[in-house]
Design a protein around this ligand. Structure first.
Ligand code: ADP
Length: 303
């Protein structure tokens, strides 16, 4: 099974012809509230592809909490490890999406910001069956750090999405990460130079491998994916799709990759699953609402 330790958000999405400048008021043309949060998105992405998936994290004491838990359960994501924290509100994200599918996002952490090392205890009963632990950086770093150590003790693969890009990332954690999956912005932040094409992605992957990660996967949006281990490296072009909203593409990628690995597939195949799941997610608006099912994935991988 797949374990996800991370954020659970309600996304408040507005569609607008273009993104506003600072101080500018625009009239948009659509509103929807959809379940999101990088952690929950990755959990739903993996579960929709058929992987047994468990979520560990927190929701708040507000009305969104119930809706968020019901949404996860409707996608067959196990929620026994999700704590209802009545001291705060559920994580929220306000998201503006323009006609080109570009977005602007503000996250208010709420319950996600209250997740700490003590929450790792709720992963304990789940390690035995687990193949991978999926992590992101929308919960406090201290909690992520504790989860990485616990996963290592349990012999479970650590897949870290260093998103949103951290100001500083503890150097000693890299050797404990099996697969790191930054996008261009996050990779640039981690390695200290601009990452935006094959050459710079290659350099970034080499740098992350030198830091100690076992596999570096650099996600470059519509350009594709560059990935490398100490012994091999590959450039995987993006699947051609009509992108309308790239929210959660990176999460879809990680969920798809983990689902393939959970079935015992190779890393090479898992990256293809990730790329296809990411591409499919851009063809629909929203976070969890845009994630493909197994049939849609199979249609892309075996046309
Ligand atoms: P993030 O959402 O974290 O910024 P990316 O934008 O790099 O991450 O998207 C993650 C993955 O989803 C990409 O590596 C690619 O495989 C796929 N993807 C994203 N945007 C597109 C697109 N426009 N066309 C095809 N695939 C895409």
């Amino acid at each position: 099974s797949i374990l996800v330790f991370g954020s659970i958000n309600m996304d408040l999405v507005v569609q607008t012809p273009r993104l506003p400048q600072p101080g500018e008021t625009l009239t948009g043309y659509n509103f929807l509230s959809v379940a999101g949060g990088k952690g929950a998105n990755q959990a739903v992405a993996a579960s929709r592809l058929g992987a047994k998936t468990e979520m560990v994290g927190r929701v708040g004491g507000d009305a969104f909490a119930q809706e968020l838990l019901e949404g996860l359960k409707a996608n067959r994501v196990g929620c026994e490890g999700v704590l209802r924290d009545n001291c705060t509100h559920s994580g929220l994200a306000t998201i503006a999406v323009d006609n080109n599918g570009e977005n602007q996002i503000i996250v208010i952490p709420g319950a996600n910001g209250c997740v700490g090392p003590e929450d790792v205890q709720r992963l304990e009963p789940l390690w035995e069956e687990a193949t991978s632990l999926l992590l992101q950086l929308e919960i406090p770093l201290k909690a992520v750090e504790a989860a990485i150590h616990a996963a290592k003790n349990a012999g479970v693969r650590v897949i870290l999405d260093p998103a949103p890009a951290p100001d500083v990332f503890p150097q000693q954690l890299y050797p404990l990460v099996d697969i790191i999956t930054p996008n261009e912005t996050e990779a640039s932040q981690l390695v200290g130079f601009a990452v935006n094409n094959v050459e710079t992605a290659q350099k970034a992957a080499d740098t992350l491998l030198d830091f100690g990660v076992k596999t570096a996967v650099i996600k470059l949006g519509s350009k594709g994916v560059f990935w490398a281990t100490k012994s091999e490296s590959f450039w995987v072009p993006a699947f051609a799709v009509n992108a309308v909203d790239t929210v959660a593409a990176g999460d879809a990628f990680n969920g798809g990759m983990a689902a393939a690995l959970d079935e015992g597939r190779s890393l090479k195949e898992a990256i293809l699953w990730g790329a296809a799941t990411g591409a499919l997610s851009t063809t629909q608006v929203g976070a969890q609402s845009s994630l493909p099912d197994r049939q849609a994935l199979d249609d892309v991988l075996m046309p």
